[in-house]
Ligand binder design. Structure first.
Ligand SMILES: [Ca+2]
Ligand SMILES: [Ca+2]
Ligand SMILES: [Ca+2]
Ligand SMILES: [Ca+2]
Length: 382
């Protein structure tokens, strides 16, 4: 019960992208776009009406949901009024307005939540509000990049905003056929205004059409999304710190507010930007703006007392992964804070040429301010 099996294939990058989940890349729009606020108001009215005139006919043990229209004279309880599943909403700042997106939690899931820039493995179906099935991944594993600037398998913004509200499942190790079984995965329904979906239409979905997705969240891959722009698009190189650890305010979301068309006046509470230079930490190569790249600051120096196979310190010390018996992943040192040991020359003040020594606690103390976020290291600024 509550299990879902499929063949987990790592080489999914080339998977055929189905129309419903692909970012709108239609750049040849000639007529002016509709006003975002007016369109959102209209879409929201349609969605609220939908929620009040449709009901949950069935949810299977595998969390497949069937939504149907309440027939004339019917006594079924609407999605809006039912109490079995939580109907929640999220406010989203985008296109210079605040969207409200409703979502239904069939099950939250018991694994980890992706950020809005991670990669996920999912199954979904997409419907118009009249109940027409537009598209479905059913039976096919589907991986998606929630970060809109990724080079492949990107998705509409509604996905990036709602999947972080759910958690992945718990996977069993692959069997001899490569089948991974997930249990307790997140499952829900998101009801998207067209500004969070296909504003100018896509395939069978007309422009300015609100839609809804039923979905399951099986698994995620943490991403490290710092990128350079070349002639062929974005080249992702990362800085050694995965995005979810660059979510400084801990709200589960990361936004690149350099897109001032989409985000003309970003609310302060959404900004994760340590050095305040307008480049969010997750796309900033020098998070604390001290002139030393984060990648350099989290590199294990030659001769340092290090363990582990990585060139870089992990965020926190980590233990061995029992699933890989031939590799010892143990890292007993995490990204250090500014060193607190003895000065090289105790008779002189601390300086770039007279630094303190690192002590073991500098690599492990909980809540320490790591050196790549501390612009007083290695210089003590005046
Ligand atoms: Ca990073
Ligand atoms: Ca954040
Ligand atoms: Ca920054
Ligand atoms: Ca730095």
């Amino acid at each position: 019960m509550n299990k879902f099996k499929y063949y987990f294939v790592l080489l999914l990058a080339g998977i055929a992208i189905v129309s419903c989940s692909k970012k709108d890349d239609d750049g040849a729009v000639v007529t002016p776009l509709r006003d975002y606020q007016e369109q959102f108001n209209a879409d929201n009215d349609s969605i609220v009406k939908f929620l009040k005139t449709n009901y949950i006919e069935n949810v299977t043990a595998d969390f497949d949901i069937k939504i149907s229209k309440i027939p004339v004279g019917g006594t079924q309880t609407s999605i809006w009024d039912q109490q079995t599943y939580k109907l929640l909403s999220r406010d989203i700042y985008s296109d210079a307005i605040t969207y409200k997106v409703y979502y239904l939690v069939l099950r939250e899931g018991s694994g980890q939540s992706p950020t809005n820039t991670d990669k996920i493995s999912t199954a979904y179906s997409c419907y118009l509000l009249d109940g027409t099935l537009s598209d479905s991944s059913y039976g096919t594993p589907f991986t998606a990049n929630l970060f809109p600037y990724a080079n492949s398998n990107t998705v509409i913004q509604g996905w990036s905003e709602i999947f972080p509200k759910f958690k992945t499942g718990i996977s069993s190790p692959a069997d001899e056929f490569g089948v991974i079984t997930y249990k307790d995965y997140g499952a829900g329904v998101m009801f998207l205004p067209s500004g969070m979906a296909y504003y100018t239409g896509k395939g069978s979905i007309p422009a300015y059409t609100p839609i809804y997705f039923t979905f399951k969240l099986f698994d995620l891959q943490r991403m490290d999304n710092e990128y350079n722009v070349s002639g062929n698009g974005a080249v992702f190189v990362g800085d050694g710190i995965p995005d979810y650890l660059e979510d400084i305010n801990g709200d589960g979301y990361l936004y690149d507010f350099r897109n001032t068309t989409k985000y003309p006046n970003p609310p302060k509470e959404l900004i994760d930007d340590t050095d305040g230079d307008g480049i969010a930490d997750f796309v900033d190569f020098d998070d604390d703006g001290d002139g030393f790249a984060t990648r350099y600051e989290v590199t294990k120096p030659a001769g340092a007392p290090v363990t582990g196979i990585s060139l870089y310190y992990p965020w926190d010390p980590i233990g061995d992964n029992p699933a890989t018996p031939n590799v010892d992943e143990t890292e007993i040192w995490g990204v250090p804070r500014r060193p607190t040991g003895k000065l090289k020359d105790e008779s002189q003040p601390e300086s770039i040429t007279n630094p303190r020594a690192f002590v073991p606690e500098d690599y492990t103390a909980p809540g320490r301010k790591r050196i790549h976020l501390d612009n007083t290291y290695p210089y003590q600024k005046k």
